[in-house]
Ligand binder design. Structure first.
Ligand code: SF4
Ligand code: SF4
Ligand code: SF4
Length: 366
């Protein structure tokens, strides 16, 4: 892919900044001796690196989504006169408000305002390297259990993995960057789409298995059935270093300009692995369906951040085949980019409460 001079200059600063920042953000004590020194050297205006990181992250997501919504034209493809679809409008509103409220105001603004004292006066606290996407939280509390093993699966059964394109904090950035000028080029031209890359998605199940084992260990330890502080400690260190820092943060965000926006979501995220497995075993109702309008233009495939060959379900030698796919066949996150970019409305989502007989008829023709 040919990059413009401004993009090259941006990347020269981007990679060292991302690496340097994440190391300091997640492991400040690698760089200074005492917690007080973290406050002295890495806090700005009395606020932690976590606060500033989330401010920048949320600012980016909110401004890109706000721009898309204010423009009122589709963020996919070159036809800027095409109006934004109701689906994309709802999706970008969901991203904007979920990021702002659940991942910024509630964790970073409200506690500081309600605890009293000066807003700009954070005490040192180690960065929380824990997140629900790591699945092991399903074993640490009743709320976590219900979230991971009840709420998310029910949503998957009805909606597929739209959690990833409408709500998740990691997906919010990926979705927003994916519709910027450079980000869309990265998605179109650099997302791995080979059969080998699709096979490599199984790696995600390894991360899921590791997360479940870790969760079981934590559970056993909590109930004093098997207390193994040293095993737990080493497992946590590996989880923090390999999964959270190396894959989730450095590769997850740093690889955007190299392999598109969804490397972590395709190959790493344990929650996505769980969602896909659940969708397969329970025959989730989620599907993307191709219809007879397809003209074989292949634009849909180029727009998919998850590397799915969407066009292969829509046409063969430019003749429509009216295929469909869901979580059985693909890691689709329901972002709707493939649907929006198609100029002839050759694709659509299966209606959530639609008649199964109709789908059966469509599949039988493939
Ligand atoms: S794959 Fe995981 S990290 Fe990515 S958007 Fe989905 S839940 Fe979030
Ligand atoms: S579904 Fe639309 S974008 Fe995809 S191949 Fe057919 S005409 Fe092209
Ligand atoms: S197949 Fe379409 S809806 Fe699914 S992830 Fe790819 S672009 Fe998004």
């Amino acid at each position: 892919m040919k990059r413009s001079t401004s993009e090259v200059i941006f990347l020269i600063f981007f990679f060292p900044l991302v690496i340097g920042f994440y190391l300091i953000y997640k492991y400040p004590l690698w760089f200074v001796d005492k917690p007080e020194d973290v406050v002295k050297y890495f806090y700005f205006f009395g606020k932690s690196t976590g606060f500033w990181y989330s401010t920048l992250y949320t600012g980016l997501v909110v401004s890109i989504c706000g721009k898309v919504l204010l423009n009122g034209s589709t963020p996919y493809g070159k036809n800027k006169r095409k109006k934004i679809s109701p689906y994309q409008s709802k999706k970008f509103k969901s991203i904007l408000f979920s990021q702002l409220i659940f991942f910024y105001i509630i964790p970073y603004i409200l506690p500081a305002l309600t605890k009293g004292g000066s807003f700009f006066n954070d005490a040192y606290a180690p960065v929380n390297k824990n997140a629900y996407i790591y699945v092991y939280n399903g074993f640490t509390s009743i709320g976590g259990f219900l979230y991971i093993f009840a709420i998310v699966p029910v949503a998957v059964w009805f909606l597929g993995k739209r959690y990833c394109s409408w709500f998740c904090a990691c997906g919010n950035l990926a979705e927003a960057i994916g519709v910027t000028k450079w980000g869309n080029q990265w998605v179109q031209k650099l997302t791995p789409r080979s059969k080998t890359s699709q096979k490599a998605e199984s790696l995600q199940y390894l991360f899921l298995a590791a997360a479940v084992c870790f969760g079981v260990l934590i559970f056993l330890d909590t109930w004093k059935i098997f207390a193994a502080g040293s095993i737990l400690e080493s497992w946590r260190m590996a989880q923090d270093l390999v999964v959270d820092l190396l894959f989730g943060a450095l590769i997850g965000v740093g690889a955007y300009p190299l392999f598109g926006t969804r490397i972590w979501c395709r190959f790493g995220c344990p929650l996505a692995g769980g969602m896909r497995l659940f969708g397969k075993f329970t025959k989730s109702r989620f599907k993307v369906i191709a219809n007879e309008s397809c003209k074989g233009l292949n634009l849909c495939t180029t727009q998919c951040p998850m590397g799915i060959d969407v066009a292969s379900y829509a046409h063969k030698d430019k003749k429509p085949i009216m295929g469909s796919f869901g979580l059985n066949e693909s890691p689709c996150i329901g972002c709707g980019g493939c649907i929006d970019i198609c100029p002839v409305k050759g694709l659509e989502f299966k209606k959530i409460l639609s008649d199964d007989l109709q789908i059966g008829a469509i599949e039988a023709q493939v």
